[in-house]
Design a protein around this ligand. Structure first.
Ligand code: 13P
Length: 249
C-alpha cells in the first residue's frame, strides 16, 4: 500500500501575527508545487491570521492542542468547536511537551482523541520515550503503551483520521536525531501495534511521522526508511529557508 508523505510544522509558542503571516505567505509560495501533504500548526492566537493566508493552498491548518470537553468552565482552554470555526482540520495531541511539562496523561489524551474524531478532525497523536527509558531498553514498550492507550476505544473507521508521530523526547529541540535505522525500528514496532489492534490493512495504511531535530540535511535519509512516512518539524519549521527544503525533500 502506498502512503503519502506528510510533512507538518509545529510552530510551538513562536511568532506574532505579523511574523506568522509572513511565514505562512512564504510557505504558500514555496510549497505550491510540492507533492506531499502539508500542515502548519500555529499558536491559537495566530490561527485565524494563518487561516486567511493559506486559504485555497495545499497547506492544511492545524492546532497544537485542544480541551477534552466541548465547552464549559475550563479556564484557559480552547474548544474543538472554536477550532473548527476557524477552519482547523487537524489537531496535534499528546505532544511530549504536553505530556511532560503540563502533565497530560494517556487517559486525558485519549479523551481528546475521541472528541477530535467525533468532530471530524484529523488527529496527530504524538508518542515517544524519554532518554532514560531508551537507555533502559524500554523505548518500544513506552511507545506501544502510549499508542494503545491513546487510541483506546477508537474504531477502525476512525483510524483513517489518525496519524501517529514518533518523537523521541531526547531528540526534540536538542539537535540529536534518532538514526534513520533506530527511528525506523520504532516505527515498525508501532505499525505492528496497529496491526495487532486493528489488522494488517490498517497497519499498512497508517501514516507514521518522525519528529525530533528534523533538518534539511537529515530529512531524506529518514524519509527513505520503509516505515517513516513524514515528519513533524519544530525548530526548522519556523523559517521558510529550512521548512521548504524539508517539505520538498
Ligand atoms: P524539533 O524539530 O525542534 O526538534 O521539534 C520536534 C517537535 O517537537 C515537533 O513537534
Amino acid at each position: 500500500m502506498s502512503r503519502q508523505y506528510y510533512i507538518a510544522g509545529n510552530w510551538k509558542m513562536h511568532k506574532t501575527k505579523e511574523e506568522a503571516a509572513a511565514l505562512a505567505k512564504a510557505l504558500v509560495a514555496g510549497l505550491q508545487e510540492g507533492t506531499h501533504k502539508y500542515l502548519v500548526a500555529p499558536s491559537f492566537t495566530l490561527i485565524e491570521t494563518v487561516a486567511g493566508v493559506i486559504k485555497g493552498s495545499n497547506i492544511r491548518l492545524g492546532a497544537q492542542n485542544m480541551a477534552p470537553e466541548e465547552q464549559g468552565a475550563h479556564t484557559g482552554e480552547v474548544s474543538v468547536l472554536q477550532l473548527k470555526e476557524l477552519g482547523v482540520k487537524t489537531v496535534i495531541l499528546g505532544h511530549s511537551e504536553r505530556r511532560h511539562n503540563y502533565l497530560e496523561n494517556d487517559a486525558l489524551i485519549n479523551k481528546k482523541v475521541h472528541l477530535a474524531l467525533k468532530h471530524g478532525l484529523e488527529v496527530i497523536l504524538c508518542v515517544g520515550e524519554l532518554l532514560e527509558e531508551r537507555e533502559a531498553g524500554q523505548a518500544e514498550k513506552v511507545c506501544e503503551q502510549q499508542v494503545s492507550a491513546g487510541l483506546a476505544g477508537v474504531g477502525a473507521k476512525d483510524l483513517s483520521s489518525v496519524v501517529i508521530a514518533y518523537e523521541p523526547v531526547w531528540a526534540i529541540g536538542t539537535g540529536k536525531t534518532a538514526t534513520p535505522e533506530d527511528a525506523d525500528a520504532i516505527h515498525a514496532s508501532i505499525r505492528g501495534v496497529i496491526g495487532r489492534l486493528y489488522g494488517p490493512q490498517e497497519a499498512a495504511a497508517i501514516i507514521i511521522q518522525y519528529g525530533g531535530s528534523v533538518k534539511p540535511d537529515n530529512v531524506s535519509a529518514l524519509m527513505a526508511k520503509e516505515n517513516i512516512d513524514g515528519a513533524l518539524v519544530g525548530g526548522a519549521s519556523l523559517k521558510p529557508e529550512s521548512f521548504i527544503p524539508i517539505a520538498k525533500f
